[in-house]
Design a protein around this ligand. Structure first.
Ligand code: TYD
Length: 424
């Protein structure tokens, strides 16, 4: 439970887009520039206005300064009150206060205006400290504002905000961060930190007795026939014991679009598919899957167990197909930016044993039809990745009897979770 809860203002407690849109329109009108529609202006919210004027309307330094002054003229008189609290915020603040928490605000808005806005909403008295920007201050950085609040109210603290700037402030000040998706962050999500979709979810999280688990992403890798399916069931059992809700998924596939791409990739009818098209299809399937399934589950504090991820492409397409790992990294950059496994369980099996184990299988898919030297190279690829990233990789000898493999995982998983800060 948090003792001190610090909120960002715009896009977290209140939706101030109307005031911004109206004030931008006013400035443009006064400058004799036709006003774009509200949806276009909405995209201005976030970055410094002066730059936006230059970027979208080709204004020079002087013109953009004048437009900014005009914006302020309207915003600081009427625009700042064209603003509304997100539904449920008032109730949330009251509940937190009743629970005895100290509440603070750390915002880039000037303190004077912030106080007026809070007064306008009738919630000023709920806050123990309001820290906004001040024209003469040495620094108006978020971490400095947060630091001032923590100096008066130490204890377990959290910052709640909608932007990367809020997150940076929290990290620099050494406190937890909770992201709210309903503000102005668009598709951006913080990695490995909680992110809530609504005020209601935020309330559930803040009023809970114990803080939410940090989402953990575990991938399973190795040559075909290495026993991933058995191991992933075992991981489910272990992670449930640690209190995790588990999302089990696989690549290629894992969501409707990616399952369709999987069918395309593995169909034996597509023998003429080029290695590059194959690698790009794996990357496309991965991005959609990471976006639709993995990232949302992680932001809800779940454990994601994924049968293969980008390392399969690095090994199979990078080494097996000899496209090179650099090319594969470039194709997968977008997905890798969305999420990377915290732990990769590598079930190490040599090509010979892998092929032997698969002989019993009825119909091999397009990849499984490859020759032995393809799998030799893929295995060397996995070995290289394991060597390069010992912190992420948990390499297990998969030629051992299955009981021994599972016992080793039971022993090593808690260590890996502790090392990553997922378990106390
Ligand atoms: P997988 O579902 O693990 O196969 P199976 O369920 O038959 O064991 O993966 C399908 C095949 O796709 C497998 O042979 C490995 C290959 N593959 C790649 O070549 N690159 C990749 O990026 C991925 C994820 C899989």
């Amino acid at each position: 439970m948090y003792d001190t809860i610090i909120f960002d203002l715009d896009g977290t407690l209140s939706d101030n887009s109307e005031g911004i849109i109206n004030s931008v329109s006013y400035a443009l009108e006064r400058m004799g520039i036709p006003t774009p529609d509200a949806a276009t202006i909405r995209r201005f919210i976030g970055p410094p206005l002066k730059l936006t004027y230059q970027q979208y309307f080709g204004m020079d330094d002087e013109q953009s300064s004048r437009a900014t002054d005009l914006y302020r003229e309207r915003h600081e008189t009427v625009g700042y009150l064209e603003n509304e609290l997100y539904p449920g915020i008032r109730e949330l603040l009251t509940a937190l206060k009743q629970r005895g928490a100290h509440l603070g605000i750390a915002t880039g808005k000037p303190t004077v205006i912030t106080r007026k806005i809070l007064e306008h909403f009738g919630i000023l008295e709920l806050f123990d400290r309001v820290e906004g920007s001040a024209p003469m201050a040495v620094s108006n950085q978020k971490s400095v504002l947060i630091g001032r609040i923590l100096a008066e109210f130490p204890g377990k603290a959290v910052m709640i905000g909608d932007t990367a700037d809020d997150m940076r402030g929290a990290v620099e000040a050494g406190i937890d961060f909770i992201h709210v998706q309903y503000g102005f962050s668009g598709d951006w999500r913080p990695k490995g930190m909680p992110s809530v979709r609504s005020v209601q979810e935020l309330q559930e999280l803040l009023m809970e007795e114990k803080p939410m688990n940090r989402g953990v992403f575990i991938s399973l890798e190795g040559l075909d026939g290495c026993g991933k399916t058995t191991v992933s069931r075992h991981l489910d059992t272990l992670l449930t014991q640690y209190g995790y809700e588990i999302v089990h998924t696989r690549e290629p596939g894992g969501c409707p679009i990616s399952e369709d791409i999987r069918a395309l990739l593995l169909s034996t009818e597509h023998g003429e598919m080029t290695a590059t098209a194959e690698a790009l299809l794996y990357a496309a399937s991965r991005y959609q899957h990471a976006h639709d399934v993995i990232l949302p589950a992680l932001t809800q504090g779940k454990a994601v167990v994924c049968d293969r991820y980008v390392d399969s492409s690095l090994a199979y397409q990078g080494e097996g197909r000899q496209l090179g790992m650099d090319a594969i990294r470039a194709y997968n950059r977008k997905a890798m930016e969305l999420c990377m496994p915290d732990i990769t369980v590598y079930l190490r099996l040599d090509a010979e044993t892998s092929l032997g184990r698969r002989l019993s299988e009825s119909a091999p898919d397009r990849i499984e039809q490859e020759k032995r030297d393809f799998f030799e190279r893929a295995m060397q690829g996995f070995d290289r990745l394991a060597e390069e990233e010992p912190g992420r990789y948990m390499t297990i000898d998969a030629s051992q009897p299955v009981e021994a493999v599972l016992a080793e995982i039971s022993r090593r998983l808690p260590e890996a979770l502790k090392r990553g800060g997922f378990l106390a």
